[in-house]
Design a protein around this ligand. Structure first.
Ligand code: AMP
Length: 414
C-alpha cells in the first residue's frame, strides 16, 4: 500500500498509539504548569525572519544554517519558528504585557523547525513544551522554573536524569571574560577546527560545545566564566543554588556549560539523560535578561526553558498506554441500528466512550471488531427488542434492561 509519497526527511507522523504516549506527557506538564500559575500562550508557527536574527543571534548555528526561511507573496522574509522564546518576547512587547502583574508566567507547546541532520532524537520538525517567567530577576524565578521541569520529569518517571547548572554572568560583566577567552583561542588557533576558528571573534563560547579532540584539548585549559563572574552575578548564582539545595534538587555545576542561543545571561541549565546517547539533552534553558531590550523593549529580566516531547518519549521508552473503550453497542438485526445509535448517544452523553458498527458487519463480525478495539462490554440488541450485555474479558453474557442503561453499564466503567 506504499505510495511514492513519504513524510519529508527529518519529519514524522505521530500515529494514534504514539499520540497516547505524547498526550500523557502533555497532561503531566499541563497539570504542573497550571498549578504553578503558568498560563498558556500560543504564537504563530512562522514569524518575521529578523525576529530570530535579532533574538537568537546571527552567529548561532540556528540562524546561520538551520532556519526554514521563505518569502511570502509580498516579498517579506518569514521563518518557521526554530524556538519559542523570541516569539513570546515579541508577543509580550506587542501586547503591552509589562502592564500586567509581573512576572508574567507563560507556558507553551507546539511544533518547531530546524534544518538539522536527522537522527534518533533530532528532527527537522520537533515538538517542545516550555515556560517563561518574564519581568523578574529574582533567583526564586530561576529556581522555580528549574523545579517545575524537574517535577515534570519526576512525575513522568524519566530515568537517569542529571541537571547541569552553570552561569554565563550578565552581559556587561561577560564582555571582559569573552576577551580573555578569545585571546586563549587565538593562542591555540592551530589546534582548532575551521568552524571554531572562524567564530572566535563572533561566538567564542561555542568552542566549549565542540566534539573535536583538538578543540577539547584547548578548552580544557581555557578560562571559565564561573571564575570570572562579577560579584552580583556570583551572588545571584549562589542564591539559585541555595534555593535548589533547599528544595532537594540535585545538580552538577558545569563550568563549561553553554547553549546554542545567544540571548542567555546568568543562570543556564540542561537536563540530560544517558538513555538519549549523543543527543543527550531532554530540556534546558536559562535566564535571558537582555532579550526583550534587544527586541526594542524596556530592560526586562526573564527566565525559562523548553523540553522536547520526542526526547522525553525516547528517554521513557515505554509502551503507549493501552487503548480502552467502555462499550460497544452491537445489533443482531439491522432493524435495531437506529436504536443502537440512540443508546450510543445516551452512553456518550453520560461520559462513557461508546461505539457502534459503522461497517455493516454481521453480529459475529461486530463482536470481533469490538474485541479488536478493546471494548470492555458489548450491549447486543436482539431483533425482538431485548438486549444482552456481554463482558468481553470473561465472555459472560446476561440479559440487560436498556431502559436502565446507565445502571447496567456502570460495572464496566474504566
Ligand atoms: P533549545 O531550544 O535548543 O534550547 O532546545 C530545547 C529542547 O528542545 C532540547 O533539550 C530538546 O529536547 C529539544 N530539541 C531541540 N532541537 C531538537 C531537534 N532538532 N529535534 C528534537 N528535539 C529538539
Amino acid at each position: 500500500m506504499a505510495s511514492k509519497f513519504q513524510a519529508p526527511r527529518g519529519t514524522f507522523d505521530v500515529l494514534p498509539a504514539a499520540w497516547r504516549a505524547r498526550a500523557r506527557v502533555e497532561g503531566v506538564a499541563k497539570g504542573i504548569f497550571e498549578r504553578a500559575g503558568y498560563e498558556t500562550i500560543q504564537t504563530p508557527t512562522f514569524e518575521h525572519t529578523d525576529l530570530f536574527e535579532r533574538g537568537v543571534g546571527k552567529s548561532t548555528d540556528i540562524v546561520r544554517k538551520e532556519m526554514f526561511t521563505f518569502e511570502d507573496k509580498g516579498e517579506r522574509s518569514l521563518t518557521l519558528r526554530p524556538e519559542g522564546t523570541a516569539p513570546i518576547c515579541r508577543a509580550y512587547l506587542e501586547h503591552g504585557m509589562h502592564k500586567l502583574a509581573q512576572p508574567v508566567k507563560l507556558a507553551y507547546t507546539g511544533p518547531f523547525f530546524r534544518h538539522e541532520r536527522p537522527q534518533a532524537g533530532r528532527y527537522r520538525q520537533f515538538h517542545q513544551f516550555g515556560i517563561e517567567a518574564i519581568g523578574t530577576d529574582s533567583p526564586l524565578a530561576d529556581a522555580e522554573v528549574i523545579m517545575l521541569l524537574s517535577d515534570i520529569l519526576g512525575e513522568l518517571g524519566v530515568p537517569g536524569v542529571v541537571l547541569r547548572l552553570g552561569s554565563l554572568g550578565s552581559l556587561d560583566a561577560r564582555a571582559a571574560y569573552l576577551e580573555e577567552l578569545k585571546a586563549h583561542l587565538h593562542r591555540h588557533e592551530g589546534d582548532l577546527t575551521a568552524d571554531v576558528r572562524d567564530r572566535i571573534d563572533i561566538n567564542p563560547l561555542r568552542a566549549f560545545d565542540s566534539d573535536d579532540e583538538g578543540v577539547r584539548g584547548v578548552m580544557a585549559s581555557a578560562p571559565t566564566i564561573l571564575e570570572a563572574l562579577s560579584e552580583d552575578d556570583a551572588a545571584h548564582f549562589a542564591e539559585v543554588r541555595a534555593l535548589l539545595d533547599a528544595a532537594g534538587i540535585a545538580y552538577e555545576i558545569d563550568a563549561t556549560l553553554v547553549r546554542g542561543i545567544d540571548y542567555y545571561t546568568r543562570t543556564i541549565f540542561s537536563f540530560v539523560c544517558d538513555a538519549l546517547g549523543s543527543v543527550s539533552e531532554i530540556g534546558g534553558g536559562g535566564r535571558y535578561d537582555g532579550l526583550i531590550e534587544q527586541l526594542g523593549g524596556p530592560a526586562t529580566p526573564a527566565v525559562g526553558w523548553a523540553a522536547g516531547y520526542e526526547r522525553v518519549l525516547l528517554a521513557l521508552d515505554e509502551e503507549p498506554p493501552a487503548l480502552g473503550r467502555h462499550a460497544f453497542v452491537a445489533v443482531a438485526d439491522p432493524d435495531q441500528r437506529g436504536r443502537a445509535m440512540a443508546l450510543v448517544t445516551e452512553l456518550r452523553n453520560a461520559g462513557f466512550s461508546a461505539e457502534l458498527d459503522l461497517g455493516g458487519r454481521a453480529l459475529k463480525g461486530q463482536l470481533k471488531h469490538a474485541d479488536r478495539i478493546g471494548a470492555r462490554q458489548v450491549l447486543i440488541l436482539e431483533a425482538d427488542g431485548t438486549a444482552q450485555l456481554r463482558d468481553m474479558a470473561t465472555g459472560e453474557q446476561r440479559p440487560a434492561d436498556t431502559g436502565n442503561l446507565l445502571g447496567e453499564m456502570t460495572g464496566g466503567e474504566a
